[in-house]
Design a protein around this ligand. Structure first.
Ligand code: NAI
Ligand code: SF4
Length: 514
């Protein structure tokens, strides 16, 4: 009998280790043979710790389970899928899961993350095997044809980026994976590294073969110790099994991969600051051009891609660019693992093709707020993303449709707020965040954010509100036009959207005075 108890950080944070220990102890006490697999998360965070049992019909889910529930689960015969108040039936029939289109997260939560055998049994390394038999240009073409765009947020076409690196003449090239997942409400990078680390290793190796790189680094955020440990372990196994090193799968191809851990700066998720940090320097933004694709790590042509971009590559090389391209709308092809966070009843990962609306994500999957109060605003795309009111919840998830509304899809993070939120405070928070995280290289961001925070303080206090709102709008224009990178350049988006969609919150004191 096989029982699955996730080893994902989110599951661990709500007691998954204790649940696994309780199941082990109870099985011993009852003298029942049992194999416990510590899998990744299925992404239904509201059910964690989600315990699954393998049955002839498929896996049956129970959750959220506490150690105190374990004897009762045994009494109810959960090892054969018996009924229990915490039972949800077959995991894959749970509507939240069933309606998803899992391409990138296809294996996450299903396999043992640290078993190469399990990975292979679920289609792993098939994309790499295909890539090893293709020319560099053919691999790049498959990725270009798939329509895959950078999943870190900017949405730049991955195939075009790879083509630039492939064509750049150099004695050495690199592939760097940006796993400095700093956006508020995002956890997809962490979850796939913890639940399916070989997928990232495979995607990076394919990228390396495509562009002619021989080494690569994964830049992990320091707040992800479990993901870092899992990835390091997986890399060792991949070397042991000949999927990394000097003779990949007996083909004489070379790719060496290593992990570097950041030191907790949001700006190191900006690609050039990340490269500086990887070189052992302070994480400061570099001016572009030159693009990292031409002069990146140690001045060499470098592919810099987000975890989810690289994890989308194996399935593209396995099933073909057209297969991936068939999902999505307009110029937003494939799927995005959306992440529901904040004040939401059913938080977790929802991987769906582009084109899904916020409304579907928030209500059909998310189930509304956890407080039961109405949703008033959502911030989409991290701390630099716009706040959207319910009137815009029908907007399809599509890079261009969002950009037309001065909003962004970003890395797929959605943070939900109910009607108790004060949007003037949220606007102030955007400026405060920029004060804390600015690298300090350019004036509009370094100084502008502090002035923005002071101006918002005056508005919140009801002082010269009209004049200060004009000043704030002016400052936002300067930050957008004059900042070197997205940190200062996009901080105005949450501020402007809050003022535009929730103007009443900026005049609370003024009304009170009257
Ligand atoms: P960008 O638009 O300057 O560049 C996007 C990517 O395309 C970069 O890798 C760039 O080097 C590459 N590129 C651009 N032109 C190219 C060309 N001709 N050939 C080859 N490569 C080319 O955007 P940037 O500043 O890198 O990223 C900003 C985005 O980052 C924001 O939109 C935001 O959504 C996102 N972001 C993500 C965070 C996260 O935690 N994932 C945190 C903060 C921001
Ligand atoms: Fe640094 Fe801010 Fe300028 Fe970006 S916008 S380079 S974070 S000071």
């Amino acid at each position: 009998i096989t029982v699955f108890v996730p080893r994902d950080s989110a599951a661990l944070s709500v007691g998954a280790d204790a649940v696994a220990a309780a199941i082990r102890a109870e099985a011993t006490r009852r003298d029942l043979p049992l194999r416990i697999v510590r899998n990744g998360s299925r992404g239904m965070l509201y059910l964690e710790p989600l315990v699954e049992v393998e049955t002839a019909e498929g896996r049956v889910a129970y959750g959220p389970v506490t150690p105190a529930d374990v004897p009762g689960l045994f009494d109810a015969g959960f090892l054969t899928g018996g009924e229990h108040a915490l039972g949800h039936g077959l995991t894959e029939e749970i509507p939240y899961f069933k309606k998803q289109e899992r391409l990138t997260f296809a294996r996450c939560g299903i396999i043992d993350p640290l078993s190469v055998e399990d990975y292979r049994a679920h289609g792993g390394f098939r994309g790499l095997e295909n890539a090893l038999a293709m020319s560099q240009a053919e691999i790049v073409k498959a990725v270009t044809d798939s329509g895959l765009r950078g999943r870190g947020g900017a949405g730049f076409p991955t195939g075009i980026k790879w083509n630039t690196v492939m064509q750049a003449p150099a004695d050495e090239k690199f592939v760097c994976c940006n796993a400095d997942e700093g956006d508020s409400g995002t956890f997809a990078d962490r979850m796939i590294i913890e639940g399916d680390p070989f997928c990232l290793i495979e995607g990076m190796t394919i990228a390396a073969i495509a562009v002619g790189a021989t080494s690569g680094y994964v830049y992990m955020r320091s707040e992800y110790p479990h993901a870092t440990a899992t990835l390091r372990h997986a890399i060792k196994l991949a070397y042991d099994e000949g999927w990394l090193g000097d003779n990949i799968h007996g083909t004489n191809r070379t790719f060496h991969l290593d992990v570097r851990v950041g030191a907790g700066a949001y700006i190191c998720g900006e690609e050039t600051a990340m490269l500086e940090s990887l070189e052992g320097k302070r994480g400061m933004v570099r001016a572009k051009p030159p693009l990292p694709a031409l002069e990146g790590l140690f001045g060499k042509p470098t592919v810099v891609n987000n975890v989810l971009s690289l994890c989308s590559v194996p399935i593209i090389l396995d099933k073909g660019g057209d297969y991936y391209r068939d999902f999505g709308v307009g110029r937003s092809r494939g799927t995005l693992p959306f992440q529901l966070a904040g004040n939401i009843k059913n938080g977790g990962i929802v991987e769906k093709a582009f084109g899904i609306t916020l409304h579907e994500l928030l209500y059909e999957y998310g189930g509304g707020t956890i407080t039961g109060r109405p949703i008033r605003a959502v911030q989409v795309g991290g701390p630099l993303g716009a706040y959207l009111p319910p009137s815009q919840f029908d907007l399809p998830k599509d890079y261009e449709a969002f950009a037309a509304q001065e909003a962004m899809v970003g890395h797929g993070g959605i943070v939900v707020f109910d009607d108790s939120v004060d949007m003037a405070q949220q606007a102030r928070f955007a400026m405060e965040f920029c004060v804390a995280e600015s690298c300090g290289k350019c004036t509009p961001c370094r100084i502008g954010s502090t002035r923005g925070m002071e101006t918002l303080d005056k508005i919140i206090a009801g002082k010269n509100v009209d004049a200060n709102l004009d000043l704030l709008a002016d400052l936002c224009d300067v930050m957008v036009d004059g900042s070197l990178c997205a940190m200062g350049g996009m901080t105005p988006y949450p501020v402007r959207s809050a003022v535009k969609h929730f103007p009443e919150d900026f005049r609370k004191k003024q009304h009170a005075v009257r």
